[in-house]
Ligand binder design. Structure first.
Ligand code: LR7
Ligand code: MN
Length: 556
């Protein structure tokens, strides 16, 4: 670890010396130039900035023990380490995380690329993250492309986001406009407002707590310049909510979604890997996008139906746009040469008027009812409570789908997302898995990855008790597979992300004996020990507690 840091330090030193020399040359040749100016600016900046300053080069900020209490208090405000964020320069340097192939890529000159308006919506965002976001854009975007930055304040309740923000942005070298929603409207309403007043040819949306890295913008805009039906996202790197360390994602994945209609990252499909022929700089076709960071041609944004205005606050709009783009003839890509960091946090810091569940169910129902055809019932079986959500009028959106002559959801699954959790072809059956001695059912209990599998009273309502036998012989709830591994002596039955490799995630049902065998260990799934809810694995001996009834569930 220490060694790595030391090496890192050396590299930085060497790089800054090279930059310094490069800078002198640049200054000699170009004294006054807009676009190159943005290059010089970054170089000048990195020369002036104390590279040992907190968070420079994307390094983690260490909070001293005496400030631990303060850190905890401040964490609650935005659900990230605000104290750490406040210590970092608004102009902090970041590593150039692009692969070599990307650094060498040549894009059309900026003057020839369309301009873009950058739209950032926020509700009660922290000052330091928002301002650092803005500076990262200004410092690392060619002036010719950067038309303006639009900040849409979604009815924030923080004084500093008022006049102080207006005054601050007035002093910047790029046009930054602040508009304010009279009432809390959520992501969709606020972004639509930003789009409505924008003057750029392309709209680029960012969450409020992002930091753009070197060369982030050109690859996005260049894709759209070639074909305006492309909607493109950068690689979304992680900025730690604890330390604000910048970390590039180790492996490029694709966006997907689970039965509950949550956005999820999944490994890139074999088909997509093959299509890209091992060239890591080629844009990745992704079934869905995370939703916060993307560029879209303004004319296409309107032609394809902007957003569903019936979606409130947070959630659903990202999948809605993803389905719509693909089903109605566009493409959705992740551009590997563009990297932007985002602060991922464990929970939302703000209120959801009406309650989180109500808001999210409402949005997801609109999504399911308009776009998912018969597959919407997967969602209702998995989230039975959603059936009661009032989702309002969807006639407009149905008409839009009609007008654009969009493909069916099945077409989308088969052609764009063949690895999906929704394709029946990938399964043998869906069922409740019922222990014949205790009469208990396998139950996901709403747990996430790396939790222990559980058993509870069978309720027959589907939900967390739906298990699927996949054609890969996995026993899974949604995208979580029952798994048992050697390190635990095959004692613990866990729920881990399905990896499609069989191995410790492979199970076999014996119709006659009614046993469920874990293939690698040869052990049989058994009831929970007394005073536990976790199923166990034992030598197969055909006892009643090792017998399981599979009660068929129809997902349609
Ligand atoms: O009522 C609101 N009004 C707002 O203006 C609620 C939120 N917001 C703002 C908020 O201040 C922030 O700037 O909207 C932005 C997104 O909200 P976050 O940061 O709380 O959401 P998130 O990062 O958890 O959300 C992801 O999913 C959302 C679903 O609605 C949106 O699509 C977000 O844009 C999206 N963020 C990303 O894709 C970043 C990468 C995360 C991943 C994976
Ligand atoms: Mn966010």
């Amino acid at each position: 670890m220490r060694n790595k840091r030391f090496m890192y330090g050396k590299v930085i030193l060497a790089t800054s010396m090279i930059w310094f020399m490069f800078d002198v040359l640049l200054l000699l040749y170009y004294t006054d130039d807009g676009n190159r100016g943005s290059i010089t600016q970054e170089h000048t900046q990195s020369r002036r900035v104390d590279l040992k300053g907190p968070g420079e080069m994307g390094q983690p900020v260490i909070i001293p023990p005496e400030e631990e209490e303060l850190k905890k208090e401040m964490f609650k405000i935005n659900q990230f380490n605000l104290l750490a964020s406040n210590k970092i320069s608004v102009n902090r340097t970041l590593p150039d995380v692009r692969i070599d192939g990307c650094k060498k890529k040549i894009y059309p000159p900026s003057q020839k690329l369309p301009t873009t308006s950058i739209i950032i919506v926020f509700h009660n965002e922290a000052w330091s993250t928002l301002i650092r976001n803005i500076h990262s854009i200004i410092n690392r975007s060619p002036r010719e492309i950067l038309e303006e930055i639009i900040l849409v304040d979604d009815a924030s309740e923080r004084d500093f986001l008022g006049k102080q923000l207006d005054d601050y942005v007035r002093g910047l070298s790029v046009r930054v406009r602040v508009v304010r929603m009279a009432e809390r409207s959520g992501i969709v309403g606020a972004r639509l407002r930003g789009a409505a007043i924008s003057t750029g040819e392309v709209l680029t949306f960012l969450d409020a707590h992002c930091e753009c890295t070197k060369g982030w913008l050109e690859p996005l805009i260049a894709r759209i310049a070639e074909d305006r039906t492309r909607v493109v996202s950068p690689v979304i790197d992680s900025i730690s909510d604890e330390t604000f360390e910048y970390n590039s994602v180790p492996e490029l994945g694709c966006g997907g979604f689970n039965w509950r209609l949550n956005f999820r990252w999944y490994p890139m499909s074999k088909r997509e890997k093959k299509r890209r022929k091992g060239d890591a700089t080629i844009p990745i076709n992704t079934p869905t996008m995370a939703g916060g960071l993307f560029s879209i041609h303004k004319e296409y944004f309107y032609r394809i139906g902007t957003y569903d205005e019936g979606m409130d606050i947070w959630g659903g709009e990202n999948l809605e746009m993803s389905f719509r783009i693909w089903m109605c003839g566009g493409t959705l890509e992740i551009v590997p040469c563009s990297h932007v960091g985002h602060v991922f946090r464990g929970k939302s810091p703000y209120t959801f008027p009406g309650g989180v569940a109500t808001v999210v169910h409402n949005n997801n129902r609109r999504l399911a009812e308009v776009w998912m055809d018969e597959y919407k019932s997967f969602y209702y079986k998995t989230v039975p409570n959603a059936r009661n959500a009032e989702y309002g009028d969807i006639e407009d959106r149905k008409q839009l789908r009609e007008k654009l002559q969009c493909n069916s959801f099945r077409w989308y699954l088969e052609n764009i997302f063949p690895d999906s959790q929704f394709l029946l072809d990938n399964y043998f059956r869906f069922c409740e898995v019922r222990n014949m001695e205790t009469k208990q059912c396998l139950d996901n209990m709403g747990q996430k990855e790396k939790s222990k599998a559980a058993l509870s009273r069978c309720h027959g309502q589907g939900g967390h008790q739906i298990y699927a036998w996949s054609k890969l012989n996995e026993l899974k709830h949604d995208d979580l597979c029952l798994d048992a591994s050697a390190p635990s002596g095959f004692k613990d039955v866990e729920q881990s992300r399905c990896n499609s490799h069989g191995g410790t995630q492979e199970w076999r049902y014996n119709e006659e004996l009614k046993s469920i065998m874990h293939v690698v260990s040869g052990l049989c799934l058994d009831k929970a020990d007394a005073d536990s809810t976790t199923p166990t694995l034992h030598q197969c001996d055909n006892r009643l507690s090792q017998k399981w009834e599979l009660v068929e569930i129809s997902m349609f």
